[in-house]
Structures are given as structure tokens and as C-alpha cells.
Write a protein that binds this ligand. Structure first.
Ligand code: NAD
Ligand code: IPM
Ligand code: MN
Length: 363
């Protein structure tokens, strides 16, 4: 049967602290369910590597990773030594584009035991997905500066909305909504203010909606949509958004569930032509790095998402152990969040390793 090759890239800061906990839990799942994973560890895609080599990755990074079935990624960025646009466009954003990981799937769930910043909510009241476009939109390096250094300086930054790029993320979101009980899709837009790209986005969404008559949709401008994440989080089921709006919503959503230290993500190439990448939503958190207190759940949940995605690429009997491993890890996360131990972002005084151990013990 198939052995999956997993490239492990911890990156910077707390990426290096949470990755071992993710691997610890994965190893338990491998042993328990007889999964076939082969890990390849890389120290590049990090600002440490940049300090030694003047670049974020070796020139042949793509060949080295192309044979992987998935990338498990911590976080990149150490702005004290490397500017963020250099480190991120030199690593994570390259993976997303070169491996055509055009979906960024970001689950948002409230768990029992996690103090919710919004009053009187319990597990089940907040449970939605942010489906973020991940290869174009507002994230481009198209544009330039005219009259640089003068008082007539003008900076232009383009956005890109291709028909293929727009339609495929909308299609993914409609498909995901059709698998959910509530079958509801919220379309994030800003067609009142952004006069070219967003009306186009709206029109493609309206076109796609015709193919999914059993899905209810609502279109919301990003400003009020953000407000409703806080005011009425229960109304969301699947939310589809452009690259930048999806980025913002996928920090705001988890914040409404108590902490971004829980939030996982899958950067998916659903067509499976290229490896997909699984990582926490959060970054390298320089402010807490070295203290050993980062919450490892986002990393662990991301690893579980990886198993689910890999499993769904197999057929019949081979699929089951991977889906079971995902469910078992999720159950373990739920139990630990309900009972402790807790890292400081959850209001506790426990540490990264203790949470990783607690989850691993239940797998
Ligand atoms: P951040 O997500 O790193 O941190 C934001 C805040 O959340 C900090 O106060 C941090 O301590 C806290 N936090 C984050 N993860 C946590 C965890 N697991 N447990 C407990 N608390 C946690 O965002 P930032 O400060 O804007 O960025 C820091 C660096 O990370 C920058 O270089 C940025 O570009 C980079 N970054 C990388 C990624 C990525 O690799 N996917 C994502 C976001 C930011
Ligand atoms: C994320 C991050 C990245 C993004 C940054 C670090 C480039 O915030 O994965 O959400 O904006 O996509
Ligand atoms: Mn982000």
C-alpha cells in the first residue's frame, strides 16, 4: 500500500516549538492506525537559513519537494532579521503558488472548556469554515513606483482575479457547503467600494450559485461581515473570500473562539497534481518564542487535516485508517481543551510540551 512522503518544515520562532508536538501526535496515530508516513525534515524555509545562505531556500527546493505527498509547515517570519515580504514571498507564498494550492481551508470552531470572548456561547454555536482563495487576488507583486523618492511618488499595486482562479475557489466552497448540514454559503465581497474586481467576483458567484440550487447563499460586504463574526458567529457555515479578505477573516474567526492558537489550515491543491501544505494559521510569534508556552493545538489539528486529506486520496479500505486517525486526534483535542492542561492563551499556565503530551496520550 501507499507510503506518504511528508516534508517537514518547522520554519521560524514558535514554528520550531509546535512542530515537535505535531509530530509527536502524528507518530502516535501512525503506530495506532498503521499509517504509512515517511518524514523528511528540512531546516530551510526559515530566516536562520537566510542568515547563512542569503536566501530562504536552496535553488532546487521545488525538485526536492515535488516528490512529497504533503508539506507540514510551522510558521515563517523573523522580521528583526529579514523583512517579512522577503521571507514570506521566498517560502510560504512560493509554495502556495508553485504548487497551485489554490484553496486555503480554515476551520473555525468553538470548543468546550475554552473561554469564549463572546458572552454565552458554547461548543456547537460556532462551527464554520473560511475558504480562502490562495494564489491570486490582492496578493501580487504586480505594480510599481513612479517618481520614486520625490514628492510626486506614486505606488500602484495591482490585484488579479482570473476566471479560472475565481471559479475554482467558488466551486470548492459550494461543494463544501453541499456536504454540510446547513448548506449555507456566505460570499465575502466589497463590491460597493472596490469597483472592478469585486463586482466581477459577485457575478461569478451568482453564476456558480445557479448550479447549486440546494445551497442558500448570502453576499456580505467585508466590513459588516467582520462585525457579524463577532456579533452573530452562529449564522456562518461556509464563508468564501478572496485572498486578503480570507486572511483577515481567518484570524478574526478563531479570535472569536478564544485564541488563534487553535486555528489550523490546509493549503490545498484539490486536484492532487502537487503536494498540499498544512500549517497553523498563526505565525512565528516572536513575542513568546523561547518561553515554551505556544499553544501546539493549531499545529496538531493541521497535522490531522493532513491525514484526512491524504486519506481521501486513497480508495476503499486504505482510506479508513487515515480518516479514523483524523477523528481520533480531533476527539483528543476536544478532551484536552475541556479538561486541560492549558497554555496561557487558554487562560492556563501549562506549556507547549505538556499539551502535546496530553493530546498524544489520548491518540
Ligand atoms: P503571530 O500569529 O505570529 O502572532 C500574533 C499574536 O498571537 C502574538 O501575540 C502571539 O504570541 C500570539 N500567538 C500566535 N500563535 C500562538 C500560539 N500558538 N499560542 C499562543 N499564542 C500565539 O502574528 P504576527 O506577530 O503578526 O507575526 C509574526 C511573524 O510571523 C511575522 O514575521 C509574520 O509575517 C509571520 N507570520 C507567518 C505566518 C505563516 O507562516 N503562516 C502567519 C502569520 C504571520
Ligand atoms: C497566513 C499569513 C500569511 C498570509 C502571511 C505570513 C504572508 O498571514 O497564512 O494567514 O497573509 O497569507
Ligand atoms: Mn494570516
Amino acid at each position: 500500500s501507499k507510503t506518504f512522503r511528508i516534508a517537514v518544515l518547522p520554519g521560524d520562532g514558535i514554528g520550531k516549538e509546535v512542530m515537535p508536538e505535531g509530530l509527536k501526535v502524528l507518530q502516535k496515530a501512525v503506530d495506532k492506525f498503521g499509517l504509512k508516513l515517511q518524514f523528511e525534515h528540512h531546516e530551510w524555509a526559515s530566516c536562520d537559513y537566510y542568515a547563512k545562505h542569503g536566501d530562504m531556500m536552496p535553488v532546487d527546493w521545488k525538485e526536492r519537494l515535488a516528490g512529497s505527498d504533503a508539506l507540514l509547515f510551522g510558521a515563517v517570519g523573523w522580521p528583526d532579521t529579514v523583512p517579512d515580504h522577503v521571507s514570506l514571498w521566498g517560502s510560504l507564498l512560493k509554495f502556495r503558488r508553485e504548487f497551485d494550492q489554490y484553496i486555503n481551508l480554515r476551520p473555525v470552531r468553538l470548543f468546550d472548556g475554552v473561554p469564549c470572548p463572546l458572552a454565552n456561547r458554547k461548543a456547537g454555536d460556532i462551527d464554520f469554515f473560511v475558504v480562502r482563495e490562495n494564489t491570486e487576488g490582492e496578493y501580487t507583486s504586480l505594480g510599481g513606483t513612479m517618481f520614486p523618492g520625490t514628492d510626486r511618488e506614486i505606488v500602484i499595486q495591482e490585484s488579479v482575479f482570473s476566471r479560472i482562479g475565481t471559479d475554482r475557489v467558488l466551486k470548492y466552497a459550494f461543494e463544501l457547503a453541499s456536504q454540510r448540514a446547513r448548506k449555507h454559503l456566505t460570499i465575502a465581497t466589497k463590491s460597493n467600494g472596490i469597483a472592478i474586481s469585486m463586482p466581477y467576483w459577485d457575478s461569478r458567484a451568482a453564476e456558480m450559485a445557479k448550479k447549486y440550487p440546494d445551497i442558500t447563499t448570502d453576499k456580505q460586504h467585508i466590513d459588516i461581515l467582520s462585525a457579524r463574526f463577532v456579533l452573530q458567529p452562529g449564522r456562518f457555515d461556509v464563508v468564501v473570500a478572496s485572498n486578503l479578505f480570507g486572511d483577515i477573516l481567518s484570524d478574526l474567526g478563531p479570535a472569536c473562539t478564544g485564541t488563534i492558537g487553535l486555528a489550523p489550515s490546509g493549503n490545498l491543491n484539490p486536484d492532487r497534481q502537487f503536494p498540499s501544505l498544512f500549517e497553523p494559521v498563526h505565525g512565528s510569534a516572536p513575542d513568546i518564542y523561547g518561553k515554551g508556552i505556544a499553544n501546539p493545538i493549531a499545529m496538531i489539528w493541521s497535522a490531522a487535516l493532513m491525514l484526512d486529506f491524504l486519506g481521501r486520496g486513497l480508495s476503499g479500505d486504505e482510506q479508513q485508517p487515515y480518516l479514523q486517525a483524523h477523528d481520533t486526534i480531533l476527539k483528543a483535542i476536544e478532551t484536552v481543551l475541556a479538561q486541560g492542561p492549558r497554555t496561557p492563551d487558554l487562560g492556563g499556565n501549562s506549556n507547549t510540551v505538556a499539551l502535546g503530551d496530553a493530546v498524544a496520550q489520548l491518540v
